[in-house]
Design a protein around this ligand. Structure first.
Ligand code: ZN
Length: 297
């Protein structure tokens, strides 16, 4: 495996206690698998090292953050990089163009519906992201997002695909409908790590904005038998399969409630029902509204 910068990573830190000290730094959670957990959005970016190239999972939100990420990456390795986008939300793929500018003919992998979404709805995603950041009191990021050139993936998959990083094989897998219709996970089997993007959320409720609330729990249940000991969500701390199992139960509670709603349930009734949900009232309400708006009643 490629040599790491020993000064950055003095210890093997699987099972660490979460600490603010680890924000915006690479942390090696397994040999040659480094997670950079950002203060901004509590976003995780993951670097997987092979002997011939490295694979970067997600590229952050805009050129400024992507440039910081490239600098951080270059402190760890001089290998060429390949990019993998877990899904088409701005915080996971809007750094793509910055990475491509640094390395011509960059390979960017994703599920094919992620490419289609960015290809056809890139401008809408950019505008929505900017509004969301303004609402979240992040005006500088909101402006920076508006200047992003949205660069869709150029290599896509539907069925599982295996990539050879040199001495290390990794698998791209789409487990089904969930947080979006195109969430993709990356499996690093030699060290027992799977990177799951926003299919699993730690530190905040699951985000139902583009989700499929009725199918999401089943997708996680189907993924569970494939999960190794370490599971890296798109945001928050590294978790384990037990955590994913519990989140699947919380999502199943949402789906069960959504299925049981009477036809023509009013928004007020949805609010009342949502207070009972373990994912929290705001997230639950978003999920219930999404189900109701998608199904004629
Ligand atoms: Zn997302």
């Amino acid at each position: 495996m490629t040599e790491l910068n020993g000064g950055l990573m003095p210890e093997f830190l699987a099972g660490y206690q979460p600490s603010i000290a680890w924000r915006d730094m690479w942390r090696e959670i397994a040999p040659g698998v480094l997670v950079r957990r950002h203060r901004v959005l509590d976003l995780n970016v993951v670097l997987v090292l092979g002997d011939e190239r490295c694979l970067l999972v997600d590229t952050h939100s805009h050129a400024g953050y992507a440039t910081e990420l490239i600098d951080a990456l270059r402190q760890v390795t001089s290998l060429p990089w390949t990019v993998f986008n877990t899904h088409a939300h701005f915080d996971h793929c809007f750094g793509n163009a910055t990475f491509a500018a640094e390395q011509p003919e960059l390979e960017i992998w994703a599920h094919y519906r992620c490419r289609d979404r960015l290809l056809h709805e890139g401008e809408a995603i950019r505008q929505e992201a900017s509004r969301w950041l303004l609402d979240a009191q992040q005006p500088e990021d909101a402006r920076a997002v508006l200047h992003v050139r949205v660069l869709p993936p150029n290599l896509v998959f539907d069925q599982d695909v295996m990539l050879d990083l040199g001495g290390r094989l990794v698998t791209l897998h789409h487990p089904g409908l969930g947080h979006t219709d195109h969430d993709a996970v990356l499996e690093v089997p030699d060290v027992g790590v799977t990177i799951v993007g926003d299919l699993v959320e730690e530190g905040a409720p699951p985000d139902f904005g583009d989700s499929f609330p009725l199918e999401w729990p089943t997708t996680l249940q189907n993924l569970l038998p494939r999960l190794p000991a370490l599971v890296v969500p798109g945001h928050g701390d590294v978790v384990d399969p037990q955590y994913v199992h519990e989140q699947a139960l919380d999502l199943a509670q949402v789906a069960d409630l959504a299925r049981s709603l009477p036809p023509g349930a009013t928004d007020l009734e949805l609010v009342r029902h949502a207070t009972r949900l373990r994912v929290g009232r705001a997230a639950g309400l978003k999920a219930l509204r999404r189900v109701l708006s998608a199904s004629p009643r």
